[in-house]
Design a protein around this ligand. Structure first.
Ligand SMILES: NC(=O)C1=CN([C@@H]2O[C@H](COP(=O)(O)OP(=O)(O)OC[C@H]3O[C@@H](n4cnc5c(N)ncnc54)[C@H](OP(=O)(O)O)[C@@H]3O)[C@@H](O)[C@H]2O)C=CC1
Ligand SMILES: [Mg+2]
Length: 352
């Protein structure tokens, strides 16, 4: 689908109107809302709001899944009025996207910044009754959300958390002011602009050509193994971060890398996961697990991994006291990386 958009481009001596795709139209509209506070405020009038309380999204249970209800500005104003909150609070909302019809979507947290935490938790229960839903921790609900809601709520939570944690200028100590869309904060005294932070994390599936290396941290659910992950250090390239993390965590050197995909991951504090395949040098497969980082790491055969992919964890303890081997859920990029390797063990054939 495409739309004629009012954006004109000057070509030679006449104006021509280009046919813009829906995606470009949406992207340009969101750009305008981020840049122009008045346009953003106007968009709130016809927009839809997703509600949070202390970073937990408002959800409604429907059969086996959760739905994220939307509220209009009018409904939100009524709700705030009913709970004795100032409608000025709506200015704390952040822009998180828009529909193909240019309905802007916002997220607002009704619990953060409350003058009294006791009052906030009392209001939470009453609000849940009024809104016919519950504020549920995102980690507990994510697997039961559809893809669109999961992505929107993850983005919303990340942005709301960033604003909550960055209310003061780190140079002047003065309170910073958010723009209407919430795409930045500015210090009024020295004009320093703060943008939401993205933390890059590499996740690597190491292979020796026939087996792949999986590991677990003690904090993982019992029996679950994943690919090796680690935060990028400042000044590192993606390739350097992969080589360092693999060396740090399992004492191996990787020599061939292939980028696979990336994903925004909301836990525990929002990261940009960058997924890669890598291979070890031939014959160099002896693992030395760094026990400060990992509980265990091991090589797994193609068959073992293919079988585990077909199962869904978490599992209960077996009679012999152990837990069956299982892999991260489909939503996690680790799952996609492992699935890619099972379907096509690409690393053995990579160029140097
Ligand atoms: N979506 C997916 O498929 C998967 C996602 N992940 C995610 O990847 C992330 C990183 O994996 P993990 O193995 O824990 O990372 P690391 O191997 O880098 O180890 C984590 C430790 O590194 C330190 N650290 C360094 N920089 C940072 C930073 N910017 N933020 C937080 N801690 C930092 C912390 O140590 P200290 O506390 O001592 O300061 C932390 O405990 C996790 O958030 C995890 O949720 C992991 C696997 C799969
Ligand atoms: Mg790690």
């Amino acid at each position: 689908m495409s739309l004629y958009c009012g954006i004109a481009c000057r070509r030679k001596s006449f104006w021509c109107y280009r046919l813009l795709s829906t995606y470009v139209t949406k992207t340009r509209y969101l750009f305008e809302l981020k840049e122009d506070d008045d346009a953003c405020k106007k968009a709130q009038k016809t927009g839809a709001f997703y509600l949070f309380h202390s970073l937990a999204p408002l959800l409604q249970k429907s059969e086996h899944q959760y739905l994220a209800p939307q509220h209009s500005l009018l409904e939100l104003e009524k709700l705030l009025g009913k709970f004795g909150q100032d409608t000025q609070r709506i200015e704390d909302s952040v822009l998180i996207g828009c529909s193909a019809q240019r309905e802007a979507w916002f997220a607002l947290d009704l619990g953060l910044n409350s003058s009294s935490p006791i009052n906030a938790s009392l209001q939470k229960r009453e609000m849940e009754t009024e809104l016919k839903g519950s504020f549920i921790e995102l980690s507990k609900a994510l697997l039961q959300l559809n893809v669109k809601d999961a992505s929107l709520l993850s983005t919303a939570q990340a942005l709301l958390r960033w604003h909550d944690a960055h209310q003061f200028c780190s140079r002047s100590g003065q309170p910073t002011k958010k723009n209407m869309a919430g795409s930045k904060r500015v210090c009024p005294s020295n004009k320093i602009i703060y943008y939401p932070q993205v933390t890059p994390v590499v996740i690597t599936l190491v292979s020796d050509g026939t087996q792949c290396l999986l590991a677990r941290q003690s904090s993982f659910p019992k029996g679950m193994y994943s690919a090796l992950a680690g935060f990028c250090d400042i000044g590192e390239s993606l390739e350097e971060a992969v080589r360092r993390e693999v060396a740090e965590e399992v004492g191996l050197e990787v020599e061939r890398l292939q980028y696979s995909a990336s994903q925004h991951w909301p836990f525990p504090n929002s990261s940009l996961m960058i997924a890669c395949h890598a291979t070890v040098k031939p014959g160099q497969t002896e693992i030395q697990v760094n026990l400060r980082e990992l509980e265990a790491a091991a090589w797994f055969s193609h068959d073992e991994v293919a079988k585990a992919l077909r199962r869904n964890g978490p599992y209960t303890q077996q009679l012999n006291g152990t837990f069956p081997f299982w892999l991260p859920p489909k939503l996690a990029i680790a799952h996609q990386l492992i699935k890619e390797w099972v379907e096509k063990p690409i690393c053995s054939a990579l160029p140097a």
